[in-house]
Write a protein that binds this ligand. Sequence first.
Ligand SMILES: [Zn+2]
Length: 85
Amino acid sequence: MDKNHLNNLQTCQICGVSITEKGQVNFSNGSPGTRARLYARVCKYAKRPECINQEPELIGEITAQDGYESGKGLIPSFGNTEPTN
Ligand SMILES: [Zn+2]
């Protein structure tokens, strides 16, 4: 009900998302998520100083669910890339 909260909306130019005062991240598409999710999916890879979602205290704990679904397409099942040292 309190739309004034929108005054504290932060926008990350790098990641193209907006973050509310409460830490809800509004992705450009898909359902809203958390700073942790944003970090796990975007900021972690962006690694730009301009990114506003870089503070561990704000990001909090990143869980496996925050990243892209694990075990699907991320780990190649073909070709052995294990280091042999
Ligand atoms: Zn960002």
